[in-house]
Design a protein around this ligand. Sequence first.
Ligand SMILES: *Cc1c(COP(=O)(O)O)cnc(C)c1O
Length: 356
Amino acid sequence: MSDKRFSRPATVAVTAGRPDLVPDAPFNTPITMASTYVGGGDVEYGRYGNPSWTAFEDALGELEGGRCLSFASGLAAVATILDLVGQGQKVVAPRHSYNGTIGQLSDLEARGRITTQLVDITNTDECIAACEGASLVWLESPTNPALEVADIPAIREAAHAAGAYVVVDNTFATPLRQKPLEMDVDIVVHSATKYISGHSDVLMGALITSDDELFAVLKKRRDLLGSVPGTLEAFLALRGLRTLHVRLDRAEENAKELVRRLEGHPAVAEVRYPAFGAIISIVLAQGAMAADLLTHKTKLWVHATSLGGVESTFERRRRWKVEPATIPDALVRMSVGIEDVEDLWSDLETALDDLT
Ligand SMILES: *Cc1c(COP(=O)(O)O)cnc(C)c1O
């Protein structure tokens, strides 16, 4: 669907990446199980393309405003981009990037492949200064789980002036709340595992760029590394994407109400919420033990990692050894789902009251 009259995000989410509307055509691109294709065409082999990937890529690409490539996971997309950084070159990244991204950067640095400079993305001057001599500036905004927000246009400008590429991990915001390509960044990355799929049943990643040359470079890299998604995953991710706007609106509405109520609860010392989206981070007044107790006492809220599903989940982030020490020990990251907000609050309030 490329009719400009119907380009509002909710309509794109529902209509993009469909087969042509001709009599007896299925509404959805069928799952194509194929490792190879009859020779002589454009695709030839299952690692180079699949109609189920293409349908998903067309839809997410249209939502972000560029061309999309799908991957086996968010980290597979991250690895494919980092693989393009030249030997010994410098990458700037948020010190509170997703811990898997930090893991890849430190692994590459430990092996002498790249150098990294980690920055506080709320400190725009520090970020701008760090761009000097960089070949890649990685941004994640809001960050996971600190929920810090970067001044993307200002940092993007400094990065381009220094000749660096700019990537934004847009997993938390989704294209419905933030469109980095409109701010002239080079590549957008998603863990499609999260809001895009939205039902906690798929691992998938994606990148989107509006630069055709860069797209060709990235496609070649995906072909080479083979970090491609499964066909069923692509089908499910697109099925999830169809309701992204409805899920996100509802989860965000729930999150805003919970933020108001959490701010008034004596067991909660701090509530972090970036004004949009459905992730809240709270810091428990009585420390890490109280945070662990909270995440094991609820009936509706599920103690689990990951985020962006229809179900409300939460966890104390520092239970992971790799989480940086600058994340408070008693911080609980909450992924607000689409259940009834009164039930969500009642479950939380009961557990929080028990702590005080
Ligand atoms: C989960 C996540 C990733 C990694 O994605 P996977 O699909 O788990 O590999 C990357 N960035 C952010 C912000 C994430 O939340």
